[in-house]
Ligand binder design. Structure first.
Ligand code: FAD
Length: 285
């Protein structure tokens, strides 16, 4: 299989191995940033590979727990632990991971992937949530037309939600395509989460949405300890630190691993400026 040089992804992906990733995660923590670590990998269609994915996630939690001062917070993709193979198989693997999370008092966020696995992801989440409430959270994507209803449902359940715009190509039948509409829906969802959610995460690099969140919290007298902002590793580092200075919780999503290509392509697609970033890295390599 073609292996592209890691230098291409540097800037978006912290490292290819956990040993290299851990010092970088520590540096973020030293700056007062919160972290969630993601072992990259998705869409595994073989049972044996999905079991390896589950074991790798378990080892990741154990490694984070063995490092003093590191947060036990990871983000995972269900398609890495068998969702494409069989939903019950995936559920079994997730339960094994969440048992470890419970033992280690850790937190596992289920990233949301493309719409073909959306219903299955929500079903799996709701199936494990009653048994692992403090240890598992979900992601909802503001570009999907159904998401306001999903936000309300998750607020009723008391689930921890990360709200993001959404990173996959989705058809106009189910998803808003234009940025003003996506922003409007993001704001509606953010307001519901701030008012009725359980420690929601507002995941965006978009100044308009960050400002809307801050001003809604001020207006409704919602303390900054009741929610957090989240951003991706490598993006808007000054803004990350500014938000901490202003008294907000700021969590960085830190991806590492050898299967970085799909994640990296999603980042390139999001912003044309990221192509410049890519070219700079190629010439530096
Ligand atoms: C922590 C985290 C977790 C995520 N998890 C998921 C997930 O589980 N599933 C999923 O589908 N998606 C996920 N995403 C990706 C998300 O859905 C979006 O695709 C991605 O965040 C881009 O949208 P945005 O709101 O950040 O801003 P963009 O749409 O990229 O940018 C909007 C505007 O923000 C400003 N801006 C953005 N970046 C910069 C910059 N570097 N410098 C200056 N201005 C900037 C500019 O004004 C820009 O026009 C996640 C994102 C984050 C931050």
């Amino acid at each position: 299989m073609l292996r592209l040089p890691f230098a291409l992804a540097r800037g978006f992906v912290v490292a290819e191995t956990l040993d290299e990733a851990i010092p970088a995660v520590k540096k973020l923590c030293d700056k007062g940033l919160l972290t969630t670590v993601d072992l990259l990998g998705e869409h595994l269609i073989r049972r044996d590979l999905a079991l390896k994915g589950r074991d790798a996630y378990i080892r990741l939690l154990q490694n984070l727990a063995s490092e003093p001062g590191l947060e036990r917070n990871i983000s995972i993709k269900l398609s890495m632990i068998g969702q494409i193979v069989n939903e019950d198989f995936c559920l079994e693997n997730l339960r094994a991971l969440l048992e470890e999370a419970k033992t280690l008092n850790a937190f596992v966020r289920l990233d949301m992937e493309g719409s073909p696995v959306l219903a299955s992801t929500l079903r799996i989440f709701e199936s494990v949530f009653p048994d692992y409430r403090p240890h598992v959270g979900i992601v909802l994507q503001a570009y999907l037309k159904r998401t306001v209803a999903d936000v309300e449902h998750m607020c009723d359940l008391g689930a921890r939600v990360r709200l993001c715009k959404g990173a996959y190509r989705e058809p106009a039948t189910i998803a808003f395509q234009r940025m003003p509409e996506i922003r409007t829906q993001f704001i509606t969802c953010m307001q519901k989460l701030l008012q009725h959610g359980h420690y929601p995460a507002i995941a965006t690099h978009d100044d308009a949405l960050i400002e809307a969140t801050k001003s809604y919290a001020r207006e409704k007298d919602i303390d900054s300890s009741r929610f957090e902002f989240q951003m991706l590793y490598g993006l808007r580092q000054k803004t990350q630190l500014d938000l901490i200075q202003q008294g907000y919780n700021m969590r960085i999503y830190v991806p590492y691993g050898r299967m970085w290509l799909p994640y990296y392509v999603r980042r390139l697609r999001e912003r044309p400026e990221n192509i410049t970033f890519l070219l700079r890295n190629i010439f530096r390599a």
